[in-house]
Ligand binder design. Structure first.
Ligand code: GLC
Length: 509
């Protein structure tokens, strides 16, 4: 019998009347929507069921953490999730075998030592060949109902997906963007003529041939324009971009406003993964929760001071710098301006500063510490995840004076560990940190982005620190308790699930 022939109805079935057939329609469960996550970065995860072990880590920043949490949450919820990313052979030495992980092949990223290269042209080439593989091989093979793309490296995919009749969600994690002409895109093997009219050009193109060589395509505006739904990683960041507050994102203003006006753009704050919590952290000296934080943080403070060569002082307030020392985004120059002053003004308290971070500004902090002979009170350590965890646990305050911050994860991790954030009021920091008061708020927020603003917020934090332990500890415990609820991984995942279900028109499970 050919598969096209139908079988004869079994006898029992044939007794059904036409009426019965109407009231008892055959219940056929709709197939779960299949989601394809398209990302340049992913953190180590077990949830893709890789036969040879864990999916290796290709991480440059918070984007990797956000995507990993999403993949883990979708897998845990029983959703049909697939992931595609470049095959960074140097970053994943083990052969990776998973039905749900699709590694894109090209020598452009085989030999890299990090996700992004110092050379912008090389990054653009890598983005194009990655997307060529996604558009030509991965999507036709996986046949997803929804593609979820992350940042500029994936920004041509929504336009191609639209032509294939596949719904897409695009997430903006940061401001960085690139441009390329159609000629350059096609040289990398992408058949852009098939979807060029869904792209966004620097100036309005009259025809494909007129603009092919001379009018560049802007990547992120193209993605925002072509995607069915767009989100940024906080609501404030979305509004700031639409209001033109970020000059680097001038060409996103109109497309974002257009999407927002039809209800297709929103902000979803990221969440730290569940293992970034002091009660479940195997890498800190002593685990604790909101009820045992006083003793827990004290033991971890001493362990941190020992680990990074600081004077052991159980009473000293510790300020922790957790982010890349990047002066464009993270505001480290503000701290460099006042570092010596705060350490000397708060000598009586024994104030200490710990950096666990890499980046171009590191030598300046080293020079300040050495010049003033302050290595016993200022520790400058390269990035190391385990030490970073110990610093969240052992510090009292987390410093995040970012010039702009799409979301930020470190302030949320700080809240989980009872290390209160000191932040500039921008983007995701604005959405997650509120000035501390009696039984309300969770940190210290300054408005004007300069060294005086930061100094003011640090002074506020010290005012809090010198209060009696009976006043201080209940507040820290409350902040820990409240933030575990407010910024839970479930909450972030649920917001994405709602978008997927809206786009697919049916439930994920
Ligand atoms: C980028 C942003 C950061 C955000 C992260 C994850 O690294 O700079 O604010 O938290 O992406 O979305």
């Amino acid at each position: 019998m050919s598969i096209l022939e139908t079988r004869v109805q079994p006898a029992a079935e044939s007794f059904r009347t036409a009426e019965q057939e109407k009231v008892a329609p055959v219940k056929r469960r709709a197939r779960r929507p299949r989601i394809l996550i398209v990302t340049p970065e992913l953190n180590s995860t077990n949830s893709l069921k890789v036969r040879s072990g864990r999916v290796p880590c290709a991480k440059a920043g918070g984007l990797a953490d956000a995507c990993t949490l999403l993949v883990d949450s979708l897998s845990e919820a029983g959703a049909d999730v697939h992931v595609t990313m470049p095959h960074f052979r140097n970053l994943c030495r083990e052969p990776v075998i998973s039905r749900r992980l699709h590694l894109c092949e090209d020598r452009e990223f085989y030999y890299r030592r990090s996700v992004y290269d110092g050379d912008a042209n090389a990054n653009r080439r890598a983005a194009l060949v990655f997307q060529r593989d996604v558009i030509q091989h991965v999507i036709p093979q996986v046949r997803p109902d929804i593609v979820h793309c992350h940042d500029w490296m994936t920004a041509l995919v929504p336009a191609a997906a639209r032509k294939m009749g596949i719904k897409s969600l695009f997430t903006v994690h940061n401001l960085h963007d690139e441009r390329a002409t159609l000629a350059e895109i096609e040289d990398r093997g992408i058949d852009a003529a098939g979807f060029w009219d869904e792209l966004y050009f620097d100036r309005y193109p009259t025809s494909y041939y007129e603009c092919r060589d001379s009018v560049p395509v802007s990547f992120m505006p193209s993605a925002i324009h072509a995607a069915d739904q767009v989100n940024t990683v906080s609501t404030s960041f979305l509004y700031e971009m639409m209001e033109g507050k970020h000059p680097a994102a001038w060409n996103l203003i109109d497309v974002l406003r257009a999407k927002f006006s039809v209800g297709s753009a929103s902000g979803i704050v990221n969440a730290p993964s569940g293992n970034w919590h002091p009660s479940a952290d195997p890498f800190i000296a002593k685990r604790y929760d909101c009820d045992s934080q006083q003793a827990g943080k004290l033991a971890n403070k001493l362990a941190l001071q020992r680990a990074c060569g600081l004077e052991e002082d159980a009473e000293a307030p510790i300020l922790f710098w957790p982010s890349r020392l990047d002066p464009v985004q993270k505001g480290c120059q503000l701290l460099a301006d006042i570092l010596y002053r705060i350490v000397s003004d708060y000598t009586a308290l024994g104030l200490q500063v710990v950096f666990v971070a890499d980046g171009p500004f590191r030598p300046y902090f080293e020079q300040i510490a050495d010049f003033h002979g302050l290595r016993h009170r200022i520790a400058i350590c390269g990035f190391n995840e385990n030490l970073s965890r110990q610093a969240f646990a052992g510090s009292d305050f987390v410093l995040m004076p970012s010039a702009y911050e799409p979301c930020g994860l470190a302030q949320l991790v700080g809240l989980n560990y009872g290390s209160l954030p000191i932040v500039h009021r921008t983007g995701g920091l604005n959405d997650t940190v509120r000035p501390l008061g009696q039984d309300r708020g969770n940190g210290f927020v300054f408005e004007t982005h300069d060294a005086n603003g930061l100094r003011w917020a640090i002074d506020q934090a010290m005012q809090f620190f010198i209060r009696s332990a009976d006043e201080r500890n209940p507040q820290i415990s409350r902040v820990m308790r409240e933030s575990a609820k407010e910024f839970s991984p479930d909450r972030a995942a649920r917001s994405y699930f709602e978008i997927y279900e809206k786009l697919a028109g049916r439930s994920l499970y």
